[in-house]
Structures are given as structure tokens and as C-alpha cells.
Design a protein around this ligand. Structure first.
Ligand code: GUN
Length: 290
């Protein structure tokens, strides 16, 4: 059993980014990322801060824009329009999920697709499905693909099962796995899938992206499977100073012994998401500067 070290692979991606940032700097370009947070969700606050912090470490320009939880749709749309027009900003990210009164789909559609480093705009979704490399691929699934590749695991001809059908992870992940070059046979499973455990047991590569702590137990996993755990769940833990600990969608202790390879939480997919966000921001800066 191999535990996949997401921090180490993320460092490799970030080292590649550093090279590209140097080349852009020589051409007088500093990639810029704007991160927009609406409301005070504690997990989202952590994600947004770590994205902005990483920009600083990498020498990228960044802006963090925080709107109150009761900000209106129009206020948020105005922020997006301003960022679309700002030449120092190459990437725009609105942290998901926004408060329930916000129409997230309308916000995503308002982002200039050339600045959509999350890859959520319909134009970029279409490019992913069309396998057009000029688009932006959502950071988390792109990070999962890189983790699998860097671990020396071939997806060609493999049975891949993606649990979860979100537009952020599940659906783009399935498209990446089935795309030419990756060549997996893909099943997308979800909360309404009949006999989910049996479907998951078919998987050579199992991607857990459901957002339910430790839902994937040993009986969901075939011997020798590769398990990628996308979940970052906060569960109550009075023994911690914070009052909680982070756990994945996979019951790591019981699943790991059955696996060929597995990602831990934390330290698996999480660091890759930020690394790929830096990579997408650099791609956007190149796009804007020919
Ligand atoms: N919420 C959880 N993951 C993501 C992500 O990759 N991007 C954005 N914008 N929100 C998220």
C-alpha cells in the first residue's frame, strides 16, 4: 500500500509554476488572481486565505474581496464586472458555495471565460468535454489527474468510478478520466445509485467526491484499487483546540490496507487544488499577454 503524498506532488507543480513566473516576469508580466468570498463560512474563509497566501509566496499579485453575507446579487455582479475589466487581474475565483440567496450560475456566467481559472463557465465546461486544451480545467479534478499520473498509475483501460456528480469535481473528473490519453472506462455514481458499494467495488480507480465523512468503507473497495479522496469534512473533535478535525470521504484506516495507493486527508488532494489554481492563473496571464 502506497500513501500518495499530495504535498510533495504539489511542490513539484509549484516548482514548475515558479519557472513560468520567472519567464513572465522577464517579459514584464505579473500574473494576478482575485478571490471573492461572500459571507463568513469558516471553511471558505480558510480556503480563500490559503489561496491568497500561496499567491504571495509565489510572487503573484492577488486581491481578496470579501462581501457581507447579505450582499446582493447585483453587488457581487458589479465586483465581477470590475475584475473582468481590471488588466492586473488574470484570474477570478468566486468561492463556492455562496449564500443561498445568490444565483451562483449567473455569477459564473458573468466571469470573463478567459479569466475563469476555476473552469466553471459554460465555455470552459464545453472545452473540457470537447477536449479543447485552450480552456481552463477545474483545479481539483485536474489536481487528481496529476496525482494519479505522478504516482505512476496508468488509467488506460481501467475501470474508474467517480462518486459524486458536482460541477466542481464529479462531472469534470469523469470527463478527464474518459478523455483521449487517459482512456479510462468511467462510471459516475451518486446518492441515488442503486447498490453503491457494489458499483464502487468494480473500480480500479475510485474517486470519492461526495462530502460525507468516511462514507466509503472497506466493503466499497476492491483489493488493489487506487483510491483518491476528495472530501474535506469537518467533524467534531473535542480533543482538538479547534474543536474539530478534518476527515475525508473515505474511512482511511480500514480502506488503506486494501489499496494499491490512497490519498490521505489532509495532505492528499487539498494541496493539489491550490497548486493547479496557481497553474491556471499563470495560463490566464499568458493568454492575456499573447
Ligand atoms: N469550493 C470548493 N472547491 C472550490 C473550488 O475549487 N473553487 C471555488 N471557487 N470554490 C470551491
Amino acid at each position: 500500500m502506497m500513501t500518495i503524498d499530495g504535498k510533495q506532488v504539489a511542490e513539484k507543480v509549484l516548482a514548475e509554476c515558479a519557472e513560468e513566473i520567472k519567464a513572465l516576469a522577464a517579459a514584464g508580466v505579473t500574473p494576478g488572481l482575485a478571490v471573492v468570498l461572500v459571507g463568513e463560512d469558516p471553511a471558505s474563509q480558510v480556503y480563500v486565505s490559503s489561496k491568497v497566501k500561496k499567491c504571495g509566496e509565489m510572487g503573484l499579485h492577488s486581491r481578496k474581496i470579501v462581501l457581507a453575507a447579505d450582499a446582493t446579487q447585483e453587488e457581487l455582479m458589479a465586483v465581477v464586472r470590475e475584475l473582468n475589466a481590471d488588466p492586473a487581474i488574470h484570474g477570478i475565483l468566486v468561492q463556492s458555495p455562496p449564500p443561498p440567496h445568490i444565483d451562483e450560475d449567473a455569477v459564473v456566467r458573468a466571469i470573463d471565460p478567459r479569466k475563469d481559472v476555476d473552469g466553471f463557465h459554460p465555455e470552459n465546461v464545453a472545452k473540457l468535454v470537447l477536449e479543447d486544451p485552450s480552456g481552463f480545467v477545474p483545479c481539483t479534478p485536474a489536481g487528481c489527474m496529476r496525482l494519479i499520473a505522478e504516482s505512476g498509475i496508468s488509467t488506460v483501460g481501467a475501470e474508474a468510478v467517480v462518486v459524486g456528480r458536482s460541477m466542481i469535481v464529479g462531472k469534470p473528473m469523469a470527463h478527464l478520466l474518459v478523455a483521449k490519453g487517459s482512456d479510462a472506462t468511467v462510471t459516475i455514481a451518486h446518492s441515488r445509485t442503486r447498490d453503491l458499494a457494489a458499483v464502487c467495488r468494480r473500480a480500479d480507480i475510485l474517486i470519492a467526491a461526495v462530502g460525507r465523512p468516511e462514507m466509503i468503507t472497506a466493503d466499497f473497495v476492491k483489493d488493489g484499487a487506487v483510491v483518491i479522496d476528495v472530501g474535506i469534512n469537518r467533524v467534531k473533535d473535542e480533543s482538538r483546540k479547534s474543536g474539530y478535525r478534518l476527515t475525508g470521504d473515505v474511512a482511511f484506516e480500514e480502506v488503506a490496507p486494501k489499496c494499491r495507493a490512497i490519498t490521505p486527508v489532509p495532505g492528499g488532494v487539498g494541496p493539489m487544488t491550490i497548486a493547479l489554481l496557481m497553474s491556471n492563473t499563470i495560463k490566464a496571464a499568458k493568454l492575456a499577454n499573447g
